[in-house]
Design a binder for this molecule. Sequence first.
Ligand code: ADP
Ligand code: MG
Length: 488
Amino acid sequence: MEFDAVIGLEIHVQIKTRTKMFTAAPYEYGAEPNTLTDAVVLGLPGTLPVLNYAAIEKCASLGLMLGCEIADVCKWDRKNYFYPDSPKNYQLTQNEQPLCIGGEIEIELADASRNAAGPHRWVKLNRIHLEEDPGKLTHESFDTVIDFNRAGVPLAEIVTEPDMSTSDEAVAFLNALRNLIIYAGISDCDMEKGQLRCDANVSLKPKGSDKLGTRTEMKNLNSISNVKAAIEYEIERQTDILEAGEKVVQETRRWDVNKAESFSLRSKEEAHDYRYFPDPDLMPVQMDRARVDELKAALPERPFDKQRRFEEAFNLPYTVTSVLCPNRELSEFFEEALKTHNSPKAIANYVANDLLRELSAGSEHGEQALSVSQCKLTPAHIGTLVKIIEDGTISKQIAKEVFTDMFASGEMPDAIVEKKGLKQSNDTGEIEALCREAIAGNPKAVGQYKDGNEKAINALKGPVMKATKGKANPAMLDQLLKKLIDEG
Ligand code: ADP
Ligand code: MG
């Protein structure tokens, strides 16, 4: 018997706001444990929650980016459980009336060659709701230590429909979602810092059937590659069970990164009854439709829409747009540079290749790659550089040196060219003399060229470029050499 896998994901994203979901305590990753708390976070008697409206707006923006319907009213429920990560013994969440309903996200499956666009499809979402992050427990041999800094941080939970069927789709989904969330300024999505976390639900059903099978839920998947590995492991495990004629048990499983295996945490029978009920301390939130329209109008263009526009409007190849467009800063930097000099192909190449290479240069010795806003280059630097190449002021060869220099110093390229005397030489007299020397010095190449081997002429260019330190105008050099050989 053959099976189809069914996959649904639940993604938790920490929303970047100055303060927590229901109190003015701030949050910052890596702070000294238990320094970013207050009476509300610690659930001390007599404290009351105060809603952080910025978190609601950011979550609504995310929902709008994903085509969700924004509810007229959302409300807060208590999810009751007894565990040391929550001093209140309940988590505030939106069980019955989430902020964002439905929605879908465009994903791109990798093309085998990875140099061309792969197939695109839309994955359906069920909902996005807001809740508060619990504290962080760390188990150290026989001790468990608790850090409440994370407790109360606004968390958006994005729940997909069971609408994916391969680990590759799940990976494509997470990449697309990450890009969108970063685009919308909601989170930096650093999985190592716990800013984005993913649980994966997997079931199997007989091929072609539309009745869903029993699912398991995998927790503790703290990287995209873990999500992929855990899904593949689970599909194999369930296939073995069903092929042996046994039944899959509905349960929650924990992925063990080191063993690359998952283990049962609890079965459905042991599942909690959370006794959800409406929080008596928080009013339902009535969404202001005019404000929702404002948020919608302020959304950035979505990455795949931008990619299609770049390909059509600027005739850029996939290899370039697939580097520029998933990164909002980089793509905006590119478009800004066009205002200095409208040469999309050349500018896109400098941004996607040279700029990115310099930004990540440090990562070879273990440093973090810089972001565009952290470097000294502005869009005008690259626009000007391409302009002075195209108007013949400098050669492409010299431009490499100028690029490295301007990246390090932040000086404008034309100023560097002036200061270092790097202007391309258009001095016909000087270049002609050097060409004559080159022709005299390499009769073999001259002979080959005369016999019809066009490329042989390149051997004559080297010495001239060397003597002029790369500053000879390449087009002029080519013309001159051909003219002198033809005449001679
Ligand atoms: P719960 O209330 O237990 O969290 P939900 O119905 O909200 O369950 O589903 C949680 C996640 O599990 C969703 O992402 C959903 O798409 C996924 N899911 C539900 N049923 C299945 C199934 N049979 N196979 C795979 N995934 C499923
Ligand atoms: Mg759930």
